[in-house]
Design a protein. Sequence first.
Length: 511
Amino acid sequence: MEQDDWKERYKTLSEEVDKLQVKLDEQPLLRLICQMAVALDGQSEQLDRSLKTLCEQIKTDKTGKAETVSLVEKQLRGLDLEQQQHRNELLHGLQQWIYQLRLNLTSDLSNERLSEIERTMAPFVGQLAYDSSLINDLVTLQAPLLTDDFIGGRQNGILEELGHEDEELLQKIGSELLSLMSGLHIPQGDMSLARELVRRIERGISLSSLSGIIQDLVGLVARLSSNNSEDFEDYLLNLTGQLAEVQAFVEESQKDGLLSEETALLSSGVHSNVQSIQQAMLESQDLQQLKSNVSSQLQNIVASVDLFKQKEENRERRLHERYQQLQNRLEQMELQTQQMKVHMEAERHKALTDSLTSLPNRGGYDQQIASEFDRWKRYGQAFSIAVADLDLFKRINDSYGHQAGDKVLRLVATILTRQCRSTDFVSRYGGEEFVILMPGTTAEQAVVAVEKIRHAVECSPFNFHGEPVNITLSLGVAEVQADDSVDGLFGRADRALYTAKSLGRNRIELG
């Protein structure tokens, strides 16, 4: 019996030892679980509560740990799915960020860096909380773009594609900006800046680049205005100085007029001396004394006359010198005034002439159409207007370069000038758009005339570096009507032009 009790006690003790050993083996794992709970704190409220419960159960050796572990395991799987979804969203957002940066960065080095970031981005998305180098690189590349105007444009939904109407509006703005630039007389020193600005406009305007282009254009115009103002200001200052010299001469001449007082003094002195002689002759009893008195008075008269004569000679010499100086100044002023007239007329001509084609520009057209309307209102003589636009001109620039585009514009300008009558007025309205004013011409007659122009442009043998380039022209024609306005007439011709474009280009439509 005692032997059976001993065996039972041994078995019980053995089981207790095994349980104690298991408990000892579990202690490091349980401590690790508590430490991991601290590391996972803040990821999820539900997970935080479950981990807190598990840690309390571990510390107090309460039952129910298995159920809590199962719950924690389920919540960890859910958290992992949420984090994976977050990583995917973050990756998509970074890809959109890189896409927008690529649209606006022009530097090859910047684009290469973007490509490198894009290639290595995916593995680092999950590490962004620990390694911010990827974000820092993107922020560095984005920094040059973050002007106030750029941010303002982005707040209006820059991630969305521009609609067709927005694109047409931006194209119209670009055309107007090119028209404005064609009316500027740009000195050689600013020519490179102007050409770069034209290239930026012709490449196409986006909402993000529009404000920068306008700022650069305003700066260019302000600089040109400043130069012209300085030239005219220098002329006015020079003229003012010369007028001041003339004024000084006049004042000096007025002072010389006071010399008549000296003449009066001389006359008075001579008269006084003569009277003294007469008095001496009447009163003198001694001939020798009389001679002495008369001789003295005559010497006084001679001295007064000599002094007056010397002063008069000096005055006449000074007067002659001043008159000669005045004559020289007047001749210089006349010459400078004539030169300024020629210069201002040349500047006016340049301001109204397109530097590329030598045709009148938008400013020249505005003056001519105003004169034509005045003539029409006075005499009732009809006239027509044709608005012409080169077809697919941007494709020529993109395919062959801007030098080819410039040559095409000069060629078309030459054809227009040769095909039109001497009474017609041909101007470059802006960009690839031309306007023809045809006095004394009805719409039907104008269509016949511009058909010859369209055909001549189509048949022009234009080659660039030995490669033939096809050039065609679309035109809209309109005749002035009763109660018409400048804008109304041009608008009808312009709408007819766009109708011709929409119907296949290389044709004429009547508006």
